[in-house]
Ligand binder design. Structure first.
Ligand SMILES: Cc1cc2nc3c(=O)[nH]c(=O)nc-3n(C[C@H](O)[C@H](O)[C@H](O)COP(=O)(O)O)c2cc1C
Length: 311
């Protein structure tokens, strides 16, 4: 199981506390993207690069950095910088559906442009000092994109292709198109990783049973809805054992770390609520109770409520 990159959520603070509370439960994470910019500085001023600096990732889930962008020179510079830090693989984001991103032919905006992707890979791949993997959607506006992209991807020695079987224009709505995923799977030469809407052990078992050729699965929101998902998957875990005390401890540790590391009350409140809005579902709470935290405007009240709900 691989932890999905989620900007604002699965940065190193989360990855470290997760590993502390559930050692080894998730063997690998892909880090939220580092966006290519002109004159990209590799210094510690760049928070996206800081997130993957090895010294900040001690005790964290092992991680693969991800790059968003399409400028070959900057791509090679950043990727080789990341390999020099000790990473043997870098992931290329071809799935981000945000309009501001896709409009610039970045992220999922590359999916309708196989010739552009070929030109980028032709320029970049021979100069990379480590392995490259990609993360794609089925397409931007139509699933035909992926069928035109597969022959391009197959021409390069990719470490893996992660497929999130939605279109960019769907964002995260609707359901993953498993039928099309099943058509794409045997066409790809690289090992394929499935990603999308895996929220329960049964979701994961169903995907593995239907697509035994899948090399691995990547889970994003499912881990935030249920942090003990990898443990629940174990054959020894009974359906009534929801590991609830482990979940409560994890949430408390995450909140403590936010309290310790974020600079102002405002940023602490915002970050705590961001996680709470997903994590509360893992607790035996009603939506009305959970909303009390989201409505609170004062840090001590947010903290007191979360303390009570995670006792
Ligand atoms: C808030 C948020 C931020 C995300 N950031 C990234 C990112 O930086 N890179 C990326 O490849 N995908 C990103 N994604 C997509 C996820 O990696 C994943 O593909 C998506 O959430 C579907 O998987 P899930 O149903 O398991 O959550 C993001 C998704 C969300 C909800």
């Amino acid at each position: 199981m691989i932890l999905a990159p989620m900007q604002g959520l699965t940065e190193v603070l989360f990855r470290r506390i997760y590993e502390e509370c559930f050692p080894g439960a998730i063997p690998l994470a892909v880090a939220p993207f580092i966006a290519l910019t002109r004159n990209l500085r590799f210094s510690t001023d760049n928070a996206q690069i800081r997130d993957v600096l090895p010294e900040n990732n001690i005790g964290s889930i092992p991680v693969t950095p991800q790059i968003l962008g399409k400028e070959p020179e900057e791509f090679v510079l950043l990727a080789n910088h990341l390999y020099a830090l000790g990473y043997n693989e870098v992931n290329w984001n071809m799935g981000c559906p945000m309009r501001a991103v896709t409009a610039k032919h970045r992220g999922c905006g590359l999916m309708p442009h196989p010739d552009e992707v070929r030109a980028i890979l032709d320029s970049v791949v021979p100069r990379l000092q480590g392995r490259l993997s990609v993360k794609v959607r089925l397409g931007l506006k139509e699933k035909e994109d992926i069928f035109r992209m597969v022959p391009v991807l197959n021409d390069y020695p990719l470490a893996s292709v992660t497929v999130h079987p939605r279109l960019g224009r769907q964002q995260y709505t609707g359901v993953p198109d498993l039928e099309t995923f099943g058509e794409v799977l045997p066409l790809l030469k690289a090992p394929v990783i499935y990603n999308g809407d895996l929220c329960t052990p049964d979701d994961i078992r169903r995907i593995k049973a239907r697509f035994p050729q899948v090399a691995d699965i990547m889970v994003g929101r499912g881990i935030l809805y249920n942090p003990t998902l990898p443990l629940d998957l174990s054959p020894n875990s009974s359906p009534i054992n929801h590991h609830s005390s482990l979940t409560k401890h994890f949430i408390r540790r995450l909140m403590e770390e936010i309290q310790r590391t974020l600079p102002t009350d405002e940023t602490k409140i915002r970050k705590k609520k961001e996680y709470w809005s997903l994590l509360w579902r893992a607790l035996p709470l009603s939506e009305m109770q959970a909303r009390q935290v989201l409505r609170a405007q004062v840090l001590t009240i947010v903290d007191n409520l979360i303390d009570i709900f995670t006792q």
